[in-house]
Design a binder for this molecule. Structure first.
Ligand code: ATP
Ligand code: MG
Length: 472
């Protein structure tokens, strides 16, 4: 039935070696699911009723170029060849303890192994055992659910989620990646078992969250996490964005749904997960900065600054990297209003130049974020805002082009030269400054600090200046 899809030579080898060892072996999980979704996958999981390590070792002896790794503690083995990865594991039965997601594991039958799987679409298997080689085994109607786009647990969803609460995050993740819907019973169990997430490490939660954010439309996952109150457990700052307050008949927009729209729109423009994170966090300080001015309305003054200061605590708690990626997110959150501001006032070269200087390498990403930050339902307005931002981009390009000549600066300025020699403003300083600028422009020395310093000290000597020992 699935002979054609099992086109890698390893499947035949696994079948033969498995038979020699007297094992029953199956392809299971994501690989089988992805055949139906027409997503070619090179990650294959084999379950064998026997020893996964023995089977992998036997296959390795037939497939010389494959690299074998054995994980004795887990009873699993992995073969890597070209860009394929094959996992071998013995069929197992699991029983759970309330305080850990790590089950007690014992050898089990093929059915035991399928019963412990998280969703029907992940519980499909293909037999590698003659004469049934290539036959699909679908114990829970996984194919039907794939066709209908449904996420459903094979057994009682409450028990499934309570046993291993990470499965709740996985449900939200698969729903997002595949654009699938949770069946009502499974959705309901997500709500009643949400509190069980407390036994899952932050690293694992964040790992699933990152997969949601990498998807084409992360709002699907965030909406699910919000509706089931899972989000409340690890990302309360985002939850606080939700809601609209009305005073004197004046409301403000719901910043949670606004943020999700900005996030989806950002995802249409970039795969970069950190720009996507900037979208998630761009308005994160709005609840904390919200004020109502009678007769006027709502303001969120300073939310970009306060928001940028909230990034580090959030990243720390979520165990996200604190280096360069976070620096970019902070910069983008801090600057996210600036390009819009440029469309409102009289545009001057210096305002644009300041933005170029502040945004540094993040300018392009900043423009992506700003364009995505337009969520008005008024088509006329939207067109006008987008056109304004395009104009800002044009102006930036113009100023950058002009500045390359006009704003060019050597790496050492007059003050630096004065400090270096321990003297005040004087004719000598002017001479050295001009000589340095000319030397760089004429290509006599390179435009860097080291060469400039050497050059300046030498020229100072020629003018009888001594390097200030107590200075730089
Ligand atoms: P991906 O495309 O993300 O790799 P996948 O379905 O292959 O998706 P894996 O995490 O690689 O996901 O897991 C492989 C298989 O193992 C799944 O298809 C599922 O059958 C099973 N599985 C993984 N994690 C769990 C879990 N927490 N509970 C139950 N079954 C699981
Ligand atoms: Mg996988």
């Amino acid at each position: 039935m699935f002979q054609k899809e099992l086109n890698h030579p390893i499947f035949q080898l696994v079948s033969e070696e498995s038979q020699k060892l007297g094992f029953q072996t199956f392809v299971v999980g994501g690989f089988v699911r992805d055949i139906f979704l027409k997503r070619a996958s090179k990650d294959v999981d084999f379950v064998t009723v026997g020893s996964g390590i023995e089977l992998a070792t036997a296959v390795r002896n037939r497939l010389k170029k494959a690299h074998l790794s054995v994980f004795k503690n887990f009873g699993t083995a992995q073969l890597k060849t070209d860009d394929w990865e094959f996992e071998f594991v013995g069929a197992r039965k699991e029983s759970y303890d309330r305080n850990s997601r790590k089950p007690k594991v014992e050898d089990g039958t093929f059915e035991d192994d399928i019963y412990r799987r998280d969703f029907t679409i992940n519980a499909l298997a293909i037999s590698l055992n003659a004469p049934k080689y290539g036959e699909l085994i679908d114990l829970f109607g996984g194919v039907e659910d794939l066709k209908k786009g449904l996420i459903r647990t094979p057994l009682d969803p409450k028990i499934t989620f309570s046993d291993d609460p990470l499965r709740m995050m996985r449900a939200a993740r698969f729903a997002t990646q595949l654009n699938f819907t949770l069946v009502p019973e499974t959705l309901e169990a997500l709500k009643t078992e949400a509190h069980r997430l407390s036994i899952i490490s932050q690293e694992r939660i964040t790992d699933e969250l990152q997969k949601i954010i990498k998807s084409a439309k992360p709002s699907i996952g965030f909406t699910l996490l919000f509706d089931t109150k899972l989000l409340h457990l690890f990302f309360p700052e985002m939850v606080r964005l939700q809601g609209v307050e009305v005073r004197e008949g004046k409301g403000h927009k719901d910043n949670f749904y606004h943020t999700l729209q900005v996030l989806d729109q950002t995802c249409e423009k970039t795969e970069d997960i950190w720009v996507r994170w900037a979208a998630i966090l761009h308005d994160i300080a709005k609840p904390a900065t919200k004020r109502f001015f009678p007769g006027e309305g709502w303001t969120f003054h300073g939310h970009e600054d306060k928001g940028s200061r909230m990034v580090k605590p959030i990243f720390t708690r979520l165990k996200l990297p604190l280096g360069e990626p976070m620096r970019r997110v902070i910069n983008l959150v801090r600057l996210h209003l600036r390009p819009i501001a440029l469309t409102k006032e009289q545009i001057t070269d210096s305002a644009i130049r300041r933005l170029i200087f502040d945004a540094e390498a993040d300018l392009e990403d900043l423009m992506i974020l700003c364009k995505s930050d337009i969520t008005t339902k008024n088509k006329e307005k939207e067109k006008r805002f987008q056109a304004n931002l395009l104009l800002v981009e044009k102006n930036i390009a113009l100023v950058e082009e002009r500045d390359r000549i006009r704003n060019w600066q050597p790496p050492i300025d007059g003050q630096y030269i004065m400090d270096l020699f321990g003297i005040g403003p004087s004719k000598e300083i002017g001479i050295i400054k001009t000589q340095l600028k000319d030397a760089i422009l004429d290509g006599i020395i390179d435009n860097n600090l080291e060469e400039a310093l050497k050059f300046v000290i030498e020229k100072g000597k020629e003018l009888g200046l001594q390097r200030n020992e107590f200075g730089i």
